[in-house]
Design a protein around this ligand. Structure first.
Ligand code: CTP
Ligand code: CA
Length: 228
């Protein structure tokens, strides 16, 4: 179905979506990141916009075009992503965290390129844990007052249902979406497992944009004040 025929179930709502990987620098030219393509998050931002929302897309380093009508904020690190999200969610009613945030970053960042010292020994890298963006936003005053509906994503390599249930509770969020394996990156199709307080529901394999539209409809139904 084309965009103009999408029901405007999110008209007047502000939505913030995170997408892509983060990049955690160790020196001016190197860092650690992961293979997240950002496609699912970009599809969700597009679907939310088509559904009438004002959408801010907080994107890590990805090579994807900005969906039409969406405000994009580019970031590199998890710390930058957190700041952008805290800012953007201040007047939002939905937060959807699809980003594959690096769990750790190098404990310090060298101002200059780290050089081989000729000893044949590799440098020791120390890591510290990054802030949990979803957890932080879900614990904000706005979310705890029930005015910001938070949605998480999870990719697990085993035991999806059990891990997804536990993760939903640990993050204190109403809805967690599991990527149904196998773990693949950059594909255009996906299938999703929706986990909420009631139980689980599967959205069968489909193109990411179709899934994103279904997910937007599922979220709209769960908002406070929505007509069932
Ligand atoms: N997330 C986040 N900030 C982090 C880590 C994760 O916002 N520092 C969000 C992700 O965007 C996703 C959800 O939390 O929506 C779950 O991410 P995941 O990596 O599956 O969970 P973790 O809590 O990091 O646990 P682990 O990787 O150990 O399974
Ligand atoms: Ca993680």
């Amino acid at each position: 179905i084309v965009a103009q025929f999408q029901p405007k179930v999110l008209a007047g709502r502000r939505v913030v979506v995170t997408a892509g990987p983060t990049f955690e620098a160790m020196d001016p030219i190197r860092g650690i990141t992961n293979h997240s393509s950002g496609k699912m998050g970009f599809a969700i931002a597009r679907a939310a916009r088509e559904a009438g929302a004002e959408v801010t897309l907080v994107a890590g380093p990805v090579h994807l075009p900005t969906p039409r009508g969406v405000v994009r904020v580019d970031v590199l690190s998890a710390q930058q992503m957190l700041q952008a999200c805290l800012q953007a969610t201040q007047n939002a009613s939905i937060f959807i965290a699809t980003a594959a945030v690096a769990d750790w970053r190098p404990a310090s960042r060298s101002e200059h390129k780290i050089k081989k010292d000729g000893s044949g020994q590799a440098p020791m890298l120390h890591f510290v844990e990054n802030p949990d963006i979803l957890l932080t936003v879900a614990q904000s005053e706005r979310a705890r007052a029930g005015r910001l509906f938070c949605v998480g994503f999870a990719a697990e390599s085993e035991n999806l249902v059990a891990h997804a249930r536990a993760k939903r509770e640990r993050k204190g969020i109403p809805l967690l979406v599991g990527n149904i394996g196998p773990l693949t990156f950059g594909q255009d199709d996906n299938s999703l497992l929706l986990v909420d307080a009631q139980g689980e529901r599967e959205l069968p394999r489909a193109p990411k944009l179709a899934l994103a539209r279904d997910l937007v409809a599922e979220i709209a139904q769960r908002l406070p004040g929505a007509v069932a």
